[in-house]
Write a protein that binds this ligand. Structure first.
Ligand code: ADP
Ligand code: TRP
Length: 333
């Protein structure tokens, strides 16, 4: 049995990038009997940037509801909240002794974040990859379904796991890999012409799984386009490439072919293309929205899911921490 672990920061209802880049793979892996899966809400990670306490409580519930609405079955997988496992910060503290300032300062997400939050460059932000590694290796995971943007964090996780093994001359932690079911890691682009759909992007960058039909139409119709191709088979500029990539994700092959041919023949009408994209997104999103809203009113059920998940996750985490302490000589009596 291989162990699978992944998590999402509770920064709101998830968007199409989170779904196609990560959560859809969580669901697929959860249906494969060869995997034991742990999926969690990374609430500690959202404290690395300033947060609103009342907002966080709401967002955690929304993320649990979204996981369930996307098809994660709590009977098949362990769903829990990161802060319900005291073993994670314990392992984080121990791993911090093996993490070097120089390597943490070089991480791309850290460099980006310190540019965005120059007033709040805290130690938690710098050690974000150490906490993430702890999340993963606390269950001695083999595979981690994530989007392409997390590859560097996974590389660091492997470094910490290898370093622990070699420092103590053991073969205790496997080296976990970033995983996308049967294909390459993907990056879903934003509607504003940016390379990545993101919760922290511009207002109409992301389409959320609970967006209303009209909201989706409005966002898609506002997507950036250009004056149109002037020569047959012209290379697509980024914002047009993005619209085609989004279509690849939600539309039928015939629809994609139709607009590609129109682009290559210079008779594409972006308005028509965007209308079609919006309708295809709506078809994909409407069932999620309905389920999220149904689940959100059932707080008792959401609580039951993470309470039960927390128990199972703590049991697995305890085994790892006991092993780590023994290896490190922290077991005295
Ligand atoms: P965001 O970047 O929107 O704040 P998170 O960092 O919480 O989202 O990401 C949660 C998961 O979704 C991660 O596995 C991440 O790799 C994936 N993900 C986020 N945005 C995208 C995207 N645009 N394309 C593919 N995967 C994505
Ligand atoms: N860093 C991840 C993100 O921004 C979230 C995350 C935290 C995570 N811990 C993890 C993902 C462990 C996979 C495994 O999306």
């Amino acid at each position: 049995m291989e162990i699978v672990v992944s998590g999402t920061r509770p920064t709101g209802v998830l968007h199409l990038g989170n779904y196609f880049g990560a959560v859809r793979n969580y669901v697929r892996m959860s249906e494969d009997p060869n995997y034991t899966c742990y999926f969690f809400i990374a609430d500690y990670h959202s404290l690395t940037t300033h947060h609103q306490p009342a907002e966080l409580t709401k967002l955690v519930k929304q993320t649990i509801a979204t996981y369930l609405a996307c098809g994660l079955d709590p009977k098949k997988v362990v769903i829990y909240i990161q802060s319900h496992l005291p073993q994670i910060p314990e392992l984080y503290l121990l791993l911090n002794m093996l993490a070097y300032k120089g390597e943490l300062e070089k991480v791309a997400t850290f460099k980006e974040k310190i540019k965005m939050h120059s007033e709040n460059i805290n130690a938690g932000l710098m050690t974000y990859p150490v906490l993430m590694a702890s999340d993963i290796i606390i269950h001695r995971a083999h595979k981690v379904p994530v989007g392409k943007d997390q590859e560097q964090h996974l590389e660091m996780t492997r470094n910490f796991a290898k370093r622990f093994n070699s420092r103590y001359d053991v073969d205790f932690f496997p080296e976990p890999v970033a995983y996308n079911f049967g294909s390459e890691l993907i990056k879903v682009p934003g509607l504003d012409g940016s390379l990545k759909m993101s919760k922290s992007g511009a207002a109409n960058n992301a389409v959320y799984l609970d967006d209303g039909d009209d909201e989706i139409r409005r966002k898609v119709m506002k997507a950036k386009t250009d004056g149109g191709p002037t020569e047959p088979n012209q290379v697509k500029p980024q914002e047009i490439k993005n619209i085609f990539e989004l279509m690849d994700i939600v539309s039928a092959p015939d629809t994609i072919r139709h607009f590609n041919d129109a682009y290559n023949n210079c008779n594409i009408r972006y308005g028509d293309m965007k209308k079609q994209l919006a309708e295809d997104m709506i078809k994909c999103i409407a069932p999620f929205r309905q389920k999220i809203n149904e689940l959100l009113v059932n707080e008792d059920y959401l609580h039951k899911v993470v309470r039960k998940g927390g128990e199972a996750a703590r049991e697995s985490a305890d085994k790892t921490i006991s092993g780590v302490k023994k290896i490190m000589g922290l077991n005295y009596f």
